[in-house]
Ligand binder design. Structure first.
Ligand code: PEP
Ligand code: MG
Length: 764
């Protein structure tokens, strides 16, 4: 019977569910080895678990070897093929296990009949040792590169489940020891943990703050019959306290997130000061309504009004008004003791808009869990840039959790633990300390093994990314996505507002090259306050530079802000979505016009910015030589280039399997771009995510790329990869890849490469 790797991977992804049904970790591991052995059609499958205290591996489950060896067989790090795989953190695949110098005979477990040997380390986050997954078979040379790949995929799934399982087991043990007669599965209607998708990484603990499922419901006071007779003076005081708090919040927000924070709390302030709002409350109180009832009544009128509106921006204001109502009531009842700070709390919500995420971040929330649905990718991008752990889960029962329930959010793995025991929290702390210790530290410059320098610049979405960039020693900003401040506002940001944001980027990266990209809106990025035309195909519509060229005043404002902020700085201005030399020249002309204007106005500005473009459309590849003649630099936007070359929507899940960066058409297009840039001596970098994939990065270096721009959090890991790379090896790799005309050949080649890496002693 043939091996069934695909089914195997599918089955294993159900392991989390399997674990919930198991009574113990060993039960679960035993089921896992049975599944793997069945699909691999291998005689043996075993799992060894690693104990990092005494650095040993012990056999935890097996199918095929003697069952009484479980718990008895122990190997130290480096001992036998299994210990060696764990020590070197790499798979070892042997056609004849006994011929491997590390082979060790263990008597009494009946493994001498099994010649073929495949051992794959189980690693958490790619570095932390969890154990080793082993398959064996009597038939020599039984395992191939596909099996290595399949077991690797399984091992990474297993790592998460085992680590969570260990935590949960210790939680169960701890509860049993404490004699708590409340089994986990019977926690008030909830399982002990929820598994979801990570939107932004990090591990935090905190108490639950549930934004009720119906955030759009009306505001209620504790009990309508027990309205307290607060006076008009007390109401006025609450109003004043709210105003002071909101002004202060806005100030803190501006300091922390100057680019996107604008006006978030100002919306609250404006409503608060509106006579129709606070005036109506005052009127009711003067007529004898108790102050808390007056607040609730007016707030609810507003909620109904906004909720009915067809305009989504006004609908969003429901949350603002409700928030404001809560603040007023809090201040009335507690006289400003609670300032609406979410420190120590994890928010559980059905839906959030970007401004809510910003608001919670400014109010020091620890993390956010969102029930899937209506989630836009912008929320994830924002959360990542804010370093705010965020997970999407599917079960809306989380919204029924009691306020104040203790939570542990492991957003690295997408897991939310409910009411974890102290022992679990301690283990997590230990885990985090270890990860911190193992964190790699970046160096200011990067050289390959043969001494070739590769510059690593960074992509910046929000100003808060600059902190990552500095920490990880980015050599410059290769791409600033200037659209974010535009997307989260209620109106076009003024020239002055933009200038201040761009200045902060230069201040954050003193002396470094900074590439500011002009507005890239349209496609899936719409400005809520601008009347975008209805477009059947927005990705092929009035996007990016096309939008700017059609909206000259907006474009000029942005260019002027860039030129002014970049005075005496290493400024580069970059146009996105260029499809013709004509568009590029027209856009460059606008820069010249703005310089002339600024000069006439006697303003200080950068007189000589470099002007370049994103190469992200097939048309630009076709005319790359002509563009090279005109442009100061190119930045290859592989995210879009792949989408437009292959006609595969980068945001459409149902065609995501066709979005492949190693497609021969993509590789050849990038090769042409690089060649033109080198021939014309035009500075070139890659700012799309392709540079994060090791095989592709090797290809890019092989065709002569010497500069990349990536999200700053990836710098240490990419730098380590480049330091191990030899440019000659990269050149050979690229030459081979460029020969292939079919995806199948490319796939086979990459698989062979991976298998070879699995065998080579230096492979990681
Ligand atoms: C790209 O297209 O590769 C790119 C970097 O730009 P964005 O992801 O902002 O479209
Ligand atoms: Mg792009």
């Amino acid at each position: 019977m043939a091996k069934d790797n695909v089914d195997l991977i599918c089955d294993i992804s159900e392991l989390a569910g399997l674990f919930e049904k198991s009574h113990s970790l060993s039960d679960f591991l035993q089921s896992a080895v049975s599944i793997v052995a069945y699909h691999m059609r291998s005689a043996v499958c075993s799992i060894y678990l690693y104990d990092d205290q005494d650095e040993t591996l012990s056999l935890a489950a097996t199918q095929g070897l003697s069952p009484d060896a479980v718990g008895r067989v122990k190997l130290s790090l480096g001992e036998g093929i299994v210990g060696k795989a764990m020590q070197d953190l790499r798979p070892i695949c042997e056609g004849h296990g006994s011929s491997n110098p590390n082979f060790k005979t263990i008597t009494g477990i009946y493994e001498e009949n099994y010649e073929a040997f495949l051992a794959v380390p189980i690693l958490l986050r790619g570095v932390m040792r969890v154990g080793v997954l082993v398959t064996q078979d009597p038939q020599p040379d039984y395992f191939h590169s596909n099996d290595v790949k399949a077991l690797r995929a399984i091992a990474s799934q297993l790592a998460v489940v085992i680590e969570n399982a260990k935590l949960l087991m210790s939680l169960r043990e701890a509860e049993e020891q404490l004699g708590v007669d409340r089994p986990l599965e019977e926690l008030p209607g909830q399982p002990a943990f929820f598994k979801g998708a990570s939107a932004s990484s990090g591990v935090v603990r905190g108490t639950a703050y549930v934004l009720d499922g119906n955030s759009y419901d009306v505001l209620t006071t504790a009990d309508d019959d027990e309205a307290m007779p607060y006076t008009l003076e007390e109401f006025q005081q609450a109003l004043q306290e709210s105003e002071i708090q909101l002004t202060d919040l806005q100030k803190r927000m501006d300091e922390k997130l100057g680019d996107v924070a604008s006006l978030i709390f100002n919306a609250h302030l404006l409503i608060l000061k509106d006579e129709g709002f606070s005036g109506a409350m005052r009127g009711l109180i003067e007529q004898g309504t108790p102050a808390d009832r007056a607040i609730t009544s007016v707030v609810n009128d507003y909620i109904t009004l906004f909720a009915k509106s067809k305009n989504p921006r006004l609908q969003e204001k429901v949350l603002d008004v409700k928030d404001l109502g809560h603040r007023l009531l809090r201040n009335l009842q507690q006289h400003g003791e609670d300032e609406g700070d979410y420190h120590g709390q994890i928010v559980l919500a059905k839906e959030l808009v970007p401004s809510d995420v910003l608001k919670f971040a400014a109010q020091n929330v620890e993390g956010i869990v969102i029930v899937q649905g209506g989630v836009t990718s912008h929320i994830s991008i924002l959360a990542r840039s804010l370093r705010l752990p965020m997970v999407f889960v599917e079960q809306d029962t989380i919204l029924e959790l009691d306020e104040g329930t203790l939570l542990l959010l492991d957003a690295n793995q997408g897991t939310l633990f409910i009411d974890p025991a102290e022992s679990v929290l301690e283990q997590y702390d230990a885990l985090l300390n270890r990860v911190d210790e193992e964190k790699e530290h970046a160096k200011p410059e990067t050289y390959t093994r043969d001494g070739t320098q590769i510059q690593i610049h960074c992509n910046i979405n929000l100003l808060s990314d600059l902190e990552f960039a500095r920490e990880n020693l980015a050599e410059g900003v290769g791409l600033y996505r200037s659209e974010f401040p535009f997307i989260v506002r209620d109106e076009f940001p003024s020239e002055e507002a933009q200038r201040l944001i761009y200045e902060r980027i230069f201040q954050g990266m003193p002396g470094k090259q900074v590439t500011l990209r002009t507005l890239d809106v349209g496609g899936d990025k719409k400005l809520p306050y601008h009347q975008h035309h209805d477009e059947a195909n927005p990705f092929l519509g009035l996007r990016a530079i096309r939008f700017s060229l059609q909206n000259r005043p907006v474009f000029k404002q942005q260019i002027r802000a860039m030129l002014r902020a970049g005075c005496d700085k290493n400024l580069r201005i970059m146009f996105p979505f260029i499809s013709s030399v004509d568009d590029f020249l027209e856009a460059r002309e606008v820069v010249l016009e703005c310089k002339a204007e600024l000069s006439r106005e006697g303003m200080e500005y950068n007189e000589n910015p470099e002007i370049g473009l994103m190469v992200e459309l097939p048309a630009a590849v076709e005319i790359i030589d002509e563009l090279a003649e005109e442009a100061d630099f190119f930045s290859v936007g592989t995210n879009d280039l792949i989408q437009y070359l292959l006609a595969v929507d980068r945001t459409n899940e149902s065609v995501s399997n066709m979005y492949v960066c190693h497609h021969p058409a993509v590789l050849r297009a990038i090769y042409r771009i690089l060649n033109a840039a080198i021939n014309w001596d035009v500075d070139v970098s890659v700012c799309g995510d392709m540079a994060l994939i090791p095989d592709m990065l090797k290809f890019l270096v092989g065709i002569g790329l010497r500069k990349i721009s990536i999200d700053p959090q990836h710098i240490p890991q990419i730098q380590s990869y480049l330091e191990e790379l030899h440019t000659e090896e990269a050149r050979r790799h690229a030459r081979s890849l460029l020969r292939f005309g079919t995806l199948r050949e490319v796939n086979d080649f990459l698989e062979q490469m991976e298998a070879r890496a699995g065998h080579s002693p230096e492979a990681g």
